[in-house]
Design a protein. Structure first.
Length: 247
């Protein structure tokens, strides 16, 4: 990605980070580096390239809904892993980036403590953070980041392949109309699988139906259709750190 999503103003508030104008160039470099590294780790090369293309083409705002939800977070319903339909919150990549950027920035800059948070320039009544305090500060923020990262990880894992029971399939001279209640992250040109055979979506009405073209007269056996919104996602993990990553 060449578009930087997290700017210095995004670090004000709960993150308590103050960055001077003289340091913006360094901060922007670290921010973009972390943004790309974290995204590639969780997605893997192929999906990272696809996400990056969509992200940069929109100047930081993807056009595909699945990428928007991956970036900004979303509440979705898990119908698989619980005995009931449970609402799950994914915090999104953008929220993860903030905490990992914070970690890298504090580790790479000589910070002092003052009334506005952390600053690299001495101000009146400021005193330098000792190494132990800095380790605790960075470790805590990093570990908060891993918690938010896990929610995004679970979102990707849930939607890496997706299965929906269809209501009916109607053969109209070789154009098959599939009616179903859910078409989450499905779009024209995507591949769907029925009875272990792949078909290409030619038209879609969101959460109502889609069509594909095949030889006429097919009798379908299974009662569901599947597709892969995040095909072969890497799902690289990030674990909490202790003593600032020494163990």
């Amino acid at each position: 990605m060449t578009n930087q999503a997290i700017n210095s103003t995004d670090m004000i508030g709960i993150l308590g980070l103050s960055i001077s104008n003289a340091e913006l160039e360094d901060f922007n470099s670290i921010s973009l580096m972390v943004q790309n590294e974290v995204t590639k780790q969780i997605l893997g090369d192929a999906l990272y390239n696809s996400f990056t293309t969509d992200f940069d083409a929109g100047n930081g705002t993807p056009t595909e809904q699945k990428n928007l939800d991956l970036l900004n977070g979303v509440t979705y319903t898990d119908e698989v892993n619980y005995d009931y339909d449970k609402s799950i919150i994914s915090n999104g990549l953008k929220e993860c980036w903030k905490y990992f950027i914070y970690y890298e920035w504090l580790n790479q800059a000589p910070f002092v403590s003052n009334f506005i948070g952390k600053s690299t320039h001495n101000t009146t009544n400021s005193s330098p953070l000792d190494r132990q305090s800095l380790n605790i500060e960075t470790q805590n923020r990093y570990n908060l980041g891993t918690e938010k990262y896990k929610t995004t990880y679970c979102f990707l894992d849930y939607y890496k392949d997706y299965e929906v029971d269809y209501t009916s399939i109607t053969d109209i001279a070789g154009t098959y109309l599939v009616t179903l209640p859910d078409t989450t992250y499905l779009k024209i040109g995507d591949t769907v699988t029925i009875d272990a055979l792949d078909y290409t979506v030619t038209a879609i009405s969101d959460n109502v139906s889609f069509t594909f073209v095949a030889a006429t007269g097919i009798a379908f056996v299974t009662d569901y259709v599947s597709w892969t919104p995040f095909y072969k996602v890497a799902l690289g993990k990030k674990e909490p750190i202790y003593f600032n990553g020494m163990i």
